[in-house]
Design a protein. Sequence first.
Length: 193
Amino acid sequence: MITFAGSLDALEQWLEGRGRDGLVIVPTASAFSNPSQSTASALERFGGTVVSIMNRADAMQSENADIIRSATLAICLDGSPLHARAVWRTSPVGEALRVTNVATVGGVGSVFGSVMIDPRGGAPTVGLGRFDDVAITTTSATDDLPRTKQLVGPDITLVVLGESGLVTFDGQWLANGAYYASRGSSEVVFSSR
């Protein structure tokens, strides 16, 4: 299963009443935006342990991939999706993130699809390929949503998460909170979770 949360608050709500043993915090995307602060905030809210994967060398270590694979849930913190993609792509950690239960916070969720949205201009680019036909982004990354929708085209469902948005994929797409999804010129409504 993969879960996309628009914010730490949305993820915290989703985790309410769920077991938290075996949680791993992955702060890769926050490498250039005060990772110690975002990690401390996540640990305070969720508990778990941190696996500090901040660069390619860290992502190439099989020990880090093993920690992620053995986690009940790997929580990938918000920050720079492009940095996270550069670090994780074609690495043991990236492969572990493709098969482990993952929850993402904010824009880093975009990295996991075959199509990811580049936050610098809203254009589609290549992601990790964990799922096809859906591109995830956030309201903060889509200053020009009409342009992004046009560039994505009619064959990809574009999901835009708001702060309270929560979308999960476990063979089917489910959603709650603030989100907008469209395919071409048609709005898409996911079932509620």
